[in-house]
Design a protein around this ligand. Structure first.
Ligand SMILES: [Zn+2]
Length: 223
């Protein structure tokens, strides 16, 4: 389920940093949401592995570990009503949206990472929420569209081509290292961009002599 009711996306996943905002990485690693209803809900079940206050970053935040596989981060909270070690069911209240930490306005920063934490193991949170990763009112992706195709790439320049194909096919994009067995099983077709790596027997590799050539091959599919 969604972490906020009637959520509106103000800053999508992978958005480049806006002026005056420093991301630890070169892009927005979560998705920013606002709503007229400030209650924050658990999007999945799990256990609270962290609750803290990080003034230059996330402000008041909680981290919920789902099935020992994913860390779901809820940041910039006004307050959190859970404690570390608490078991959580999907839909439980976690806290209230706030303006704590590095923010320009009240919103929820929702982020998903493959557990345990490492650098660059963020996952498109929109896929987890079953919504399109774009500004505006959160819009559900119909399941049959969502799982039909999966776009996979290596980190780096090929991410752009992969993102383009993802938009064209209305399908999620994921780094090779973050592909999970569930995603592989759910997808009918898996496009692997810029690498010969065999992700699964279903995968179709799109690789050029260089990144421009790879991009051209992706564009040919989108014609
Ligand atoms: Zn954010």
């Amino acid at each position: 389920m969604m972490p906020l009711k009637n959520a509106i996306i103000t800053n999508p996943y992978k958005a480049p940093p806006s002026e005056g905002v420093n991301y630890a990485k070169l892009y927005h690693t979560g998705i920013d949401l606002i709503s007229d209803n400030l209650t924050v809900y658990a999007t999945l079940s799990g256990i609270i592995t962290a609750k803290g206050y990080d003034p230059p970053g996330w402000g008041n935040y909680v981290i919920l570990r789902h099935k020992d596989k994913y860390d779901l981060i809820y940041a910039h909270l006004y307050s959190a009503n859970v404690v570390r070690g608490q078991n959580i069911s999907e839909g439980d209240r976690l806290g209230i949206v706030g303006v704590t930490g590095q923010v320009t306005g009240s919103h929820l920063h929702y982020e998903v990472r493959k557990a345990p934490w490492e650098l660059q193991n963020d996952i498109d949170p929109a896929v987890f929420l079953g919504i399109y990763n774009r500004k505006g009112p959160a819009e559900s992706i119909k399941e049959e569209i969502m799982i039909k195709n999966l776009i996979v790439c290596m980190p780096g320049p090929d991410e752009r081509a992969a993102g383009y194909l993802g938009d064209y096919l209305k399908s999620p994009v994921c780094l090779v290292r973050n592909v999970t067995q569930e995603l592989i099983e759910a997808a009918e077709k898996i496009y692997v961009i810029g690498t010969e790596e065999k992700v699964s027997s279903k995968s179709i590799n799109i690789v050029g002599d260089n990144r421009y050539d790879t991009c051209q091959k992706v564009l040919n599919i989108c014609k």
